[in-house]
Design a protein around this ligand. Structure first.
Ligand SMILES: [Ca+2]
Length: 106
């Protein structure tokens, strides 16, 4: 009886581990398929955001720098100057501008 109960418990535990892995969701912004969507940005508009890319937050490392990366998607309708800032981050911070195919512009 105990062995059967233990076996059922072990099976349920394994099943839960498999389900959690199959249905685990990455947070919004984790990758190109699930970016933070800013929509269409008008010339002169500003957007500010702060996120913590600690590995415990699950953003994962897609682009290959030492830490996890966060993706934002926006559209510009006219040629414009784009400014991006790390706002004085005390750690090495990289900003990439990618096209829809993930090709680096900057
Ligand atoms: Ca990522």
């Amino acid at each position: 009886m105990c062995n059967l109960l233990c076996l059922k418990t072990a099976f349920l535990g394994l099943f839960c581990l498999l389900c959690c892995n199959l249905f685990a969701q990455t947070p919004v912004g984790a990758n190109m398929a699930n970016p933070v969507i800013l929509g269409t940005l008008a010339a002169g508009s500003n957007y500010t955001d702060t996120k913590n890319n600690s590995t415990s937050n699950g953003y994962l490392n897609d682009i290959g720098q030492p830490s996890d990366d966060i993706y934002y998607r926006f559209t510009l309708t006219n040629a414009t100057t784009l400014s991006a800032s790390t706002c004085g981050s005390p750690i090495d911070t990289y900003i990439y501008i990618l096209d829809v195919n993930g090709k680096h512009y900057l």
